[in-house]
Design a binder for this molecule. Structure first.
Ligand code: ADP
Length: 376
């Protein structure tokens, strides 16, 4: 146990002076979202957008000052910036629909990784619905559409991207600071799984995991990228919530199977993104229709159309159906995604149609706030 308190942290931060303004960061009022839990500290430093990463030394100094405190086990400090008023980029949220929980005017915008145009999340309310399979094939399909795409496997509970992309070894670093992403099927990819020993039990505490994940977003040479697809951890717990809060997501894709039980969890996913003001692109129904590999006969093992109905009920978009087909499983598990193996086949086409919808949404800046969810 650690007795470190927010006041201790603030006292340490008072010693960190911004040389450009000759005042300490507490006096300047730039410390936001300070959280201290059992010695794990996180906070944001708000900077002007034009200062951007030029304030990195100040961020490092703040981290160092806090880490030097007795009882400090880990420190995560991130830079955030207000969006400039004259920004020509499409608005992140529909200002006309100022829904409950929508961001306050002037709320700080989180900065994305440098040189990455959009970060999107692929999420699910529970494990085993094919979230990683969708993330991988969506990423390959976006790349086929001509978008430079990266894939970050943030699934701390069961990182499966190395297996699905056939990645071996560990990422390297040229300068000892930034990690080089690995390459597979035209993608830049990094998995939390490549950085941990598979035999090591995953008993990381939340904040430590978050530090590792934040590094995978900000300290990897992603640039230049049009889209970075993040395969989120399944579920809607603290790790997922923090990730959604820390990373400036352009939108989220929620994967569900057609069963009621999975759909109840999908609603929780929607609610989580609403809470963190992340726009939801919509719901994908995976394992939608079973196509017999022998005779091509279609049957609906898990029911059918549940995700379409749920999306309509919740006022979010239905993004499409991915069939349940053995070729998808075999190619995923064999390290060659179906979108790379048979890009013109019917299964790959379902993923390409999904990628087209996402690409359209990104281009249109379709970033409506997540719909209001009522838990039943
Ligand atoms: P999650 O990331 O939600 O835990 P995975 O993507 O790891 O789920 O998928 C779980 C298993 O289901 C994997 O073996 C995967 O190959 C298989 N799978 C996922 N989607 C499909 C599909 N549409 N057709 C056939 N198998 C699938």
């Amino acid at each position: 146990m650690s007795n470190l308190t927010p006041d201790d942290v603030l006292r340490a931060l008072k010693t960190v002076v911004d040389p450009d303004r000759n005042k300490d960061v507490v006096a300047l009022g730039v410390i936001q979202g300070l959280a201290v839990k059992d010695g794990h500290v996180s906070f944001a430093l708000e900077v002007a957008p034009e200062e951007g990463r030029a304030k990195e030394p100040l961020r490092l100094a703040a981290e160092k000052a806090v880490l030097a405190l007795k009882g400090a086990r880990s420190v995560t400090a991130v830079l955030t910036a207000h969006k400039p008023a004259a920004n020509t980029a499409p608005p992140r949220r529909d200002a006309g629909h100022h829904t409950e929980g929508a961001p306050r005017a002037g709320a700080p915008e989180r900065q994305g990784p440098a040189g990455v145009k959009a970060v999107i999340a692929v999420a699910s309310g529970k494990g085993g619905v094919g979230k990683s399979t969708v993330a991988v094939n969506l990423a390959v399909a976006l790349n086929r559409l001509g978008r430079k795409t990266g894939l970050l496997d943030a699934d701390i509970y069961g990182p499966s991207i190395p297996r699905m992309l056939g990645l071996h070894g560990k990422p390297t670093s040229k300068d000892g600071k930034k990690l080089q992403p690995m390459a597979a099927w035209g993608l830049k990819a990094i998995s939390i799984g490549s950085l941990i020993d598979e035999d090591q039990p995953m008993i990381w505490r939340g904040p430590m995991v978050m530090t590792a994940l934040t590094q995978l977003i900000y300290d990897v040479e992603w640039a230049p990228l049009d889209v970075l697809v993040v395969d989120m951890p399944p579920g809607t717990g603290d790790a997922q919530l923090t990730l959604a809060q820390r990373v400036p997501l352009a939108g989220a894709v929620i994967v569900s199977t057609p069963q009621d039980i999975a759909l109840i969890d999908a609603r929780k996913g929607l609610a989580m993104f609403k809470k963190t003001h992340v726009p939801v692109f919509g719901i994908v129904e995976n394992m939608s229709t079973f196509v017999c590999p022998n005779c091509g006969h279609e049957s609906h093992i898990f029911g059918h159309g549940g995700a379409r109905e749920t999306a309509a009920k919740l006022g979010t978009d239905f993004l499409g159906e991915i069939p349940l087909h053995i070729a998808i499983r075999e190619t995923s598990d064999g390290g060659t995604p179906i979108t790379a193996r048979e890009p013109d086949g019917p299964q790959a086409k379902a993923f390409i149609a999904l990628a087209e919808r996402i690409a359209q949404k990104l281009d249109a800046g379709d970033t409506r706030p997540a719909p209001r969810i009522v838990m039943e």
